[in-house]
Design a protein. Structure first.
Lengths: 82, 266
């Protein structure tokens, strides 16, 4: 569970870094660095998409873990009540 | 008690609203373009009217009731051509022509495609022969009971928001744009307009990437348990397929070896 939370935080961090790289590329474009800005956009794209992938996997892991816990804990509770 | 569904889509109350909205859009578009293009401004109006008029033809004249799918595309292209002929990229002020033409065109396009969806299908159906039939897919019209009388109002709201957002974006694109000063030599042989286009490409491209990405994140947070399980299995396979293949090969080799040994013993 801790692992999936850490992954989620890392995913959001990567998404934020990707957005920052996009912002840097925009600043370069604004300052007239028209040939240097596109490679930065490509880098930002990979970082951003990587972050989204990590987020997706971590959220899926968290949901699966929660489902597994509910499946295993509910029968235990009903057994205890009986 | 629910009302019986109208057999002919023309009889739906929503159709009349969309026809009114579409024709009003064409009239306003004609007035907006007439300022610069004169009599030629009637061309997109006539082609657009041809597309809308299909919904005025009664069922008895079925031959004439066919969707004119090319009409909105031609209207869009001609309007874009007329607007590009009569405006420049580097202007700063909001021009009345744009403020009138943009919502008028959107109103026509929105109404036209919703009418297509009600009568036949929003886009032309695939005509390639299939196993189920040589004529291709039949058009899938929108179920009439889904059409509410408030829909055109929502469409008008969306159009107003889009036009406002477009104007804000356009002003932002032109803001503080001092790449090439009047006295400065041109950089990379470009003047102001290509720089504006570059900035527009960046905004649209990166903006689309960021929007799509954020919607993907939103979709991840709304996934069901089954989807989560599927993504987990898929990711496990993607990340460990090399190891899994190697292990499976070793297991198969060991199994075949033991089978051969058993065969020899028997």
């Amino acid at each position: 569970m801790i692992g999936s939370i850490l992954r989620e935080v890392a995913g959001w961090l990567l998404v934020a870094i990707g957005l920052y790289v996009f912002f840097l590329s925009y600043q370069m474009l604004r300052d007239g660095w028209i040939l240097s800005a596109p490679p930065l956009v490509v880098i930002g794209f990979f970082v951003f998409r990587g972050g989204i992938h990590v987020l997706k996997v971590s959220v899926a892991a968290r949901i699966s873990y929660r489902a597994h816990r509910e499946l295993t804990e509910v029968p235990r509770r009903t057994l205890r009540k009986k | 008690m629910t009302e019986p569904e109208a057999e002919d889509p023309i009889e739906l109350p929503g159709v009349n609203y969309y026809l009114f909205l579409g024709f009003s859009g064409l009239v306003v578009l004609f007035l907006a373009l007439m300022e610069r293009m004169g009599t030629f401004a009637v061309v997109p109006g006539l082609i657009g009217a041809l597309g809308l008029a299909t919904f005025l033809v009664p069922r008895q004249l079925g031959v004439l009731r066919k969707p004119v799918y090319f009409a909105p595309i031609i209207v869009l292209l001609i309007t874009a051509l007329f607007l590009s002929l009569s405006s420049s990229f580097s202007r700063r002020s909001v021009q009345l022509m744009d403020v009138l033409a943009a919502p008028a065109l959107l109103a026509y396009l929105g109404s036209q495609y919703r009418l297509f969806a009600l009568g036949w299908s929003a886009v032309p159906a695939d005509q390639r022969p299939r196993l189920s039939g040589p004529g291709g897919d039949p058009p899938e019209a929108r179920p009439p009971h889904q059409v509410s009388t408030r829909e055109p109002l929502h469409l008008i709201g969306v159009i107003a928001i889009c036009v406002l957002a477009g104007q804000v974006l356009w002003q932002w694109l032109l803001l503080e744009w001092v790449i090439v000063e009047p006295g400065e030599p041109q950089r990379l042989g470009m003047n102001q307009s290509p720089w504006h286009v570059t900035r527009l490409v960046w905004t649209v491209g990166v903006g689309a990437m960021v929007l799509v990405g954020l919607f993907r994140v939103l979709r991840s947070y709304r996934m069901s348990r089954d989807e989560a399980a599927m993504i987990g299995v898929d990711t496990l396979w993607t990340e460990t397929r090399g190891e899994q293949r190697r292990l499976a090969r070793w297991i198969a080799w060991r199994r075949r070896k033991s089978e051969r040994k058993l065969e020899k013993q028997t």
